[in-house]
Design a binder for this molecule. Sequence first.
Ligand code: GDP
Ligand code: MG
Length: 223
Amino acid sequence: MNTGNKVEIKVVLVGSVGVGKTSTVLRFIKDNFKEYLETTIGASYMSRNMTVEDMVINYNVWDTAGQEKFHSLVPLYFRKATAVLVVYDLSRQKTYEDAKQWVKALRNHAPENAIIALAGNKLDLANLRDVETEEAKQYANEIGAIFRETSAKDSTGIIQIFEEIGRTHLNRIGESRRADRRDDNRGHGNVGVNAGGHDADSDVPNLNGGNNGTSPPPRRICC
Ligand code: GDP
Ligand code: MG
């Protein structure tokens, strides 16, 4: 969704239980961290605005549950995602392997042009590191994903990874606009490219009821 200098995007967080998805969302939305969090049930979403390159980006951030029993729901949340943020815990190799499985799943269920971002969370526990930075960086490169090591606990990299997602999206819509203009100039009319645009997901259940009250009304994808 893009109106004037405001753009709306949907970012979905996935990853194993306990890697810090909810903490990442809380840090980004409320600049807050809690040592003890209740396990997320199903999914919930929160939103905030952030200015990136003179554009106000309205981030609708979906936090999902990592438990197996909720896996079948996740494809629902991938629908119309502008970006998927796959989180692992850099102090637990298994969660990195799981992250790779999430990348496979999102390829099957998320929009083809969805931005992929990989976050190695708990950087404050680098002394317990179980996943090497270079390895994850190389993997992210291979799959064309944004990559950052983050700490929801001490804030490292959280704003930055969301900012980079926003910037990537803005670049894409800039490119598709330029392509539209080229087509217009050639007299082909408007092809109506949707560069990862977002439609509010009123048809997706919010099982936590965890919306902060800023839920947007249903919208149509604009050009
Ligand atoms: P989720 O299951 O992926 O949503 O994970 P949570 O956000 O619920 O976090 C699981 C546990 O890890 C909680 O005890 C958090 O306080 C903790 N945690 C989350 N992020 C970090 C981090 O960056 N560093 C450290 N040390 N702990 C974290
Ligand atoms: Mg959670």
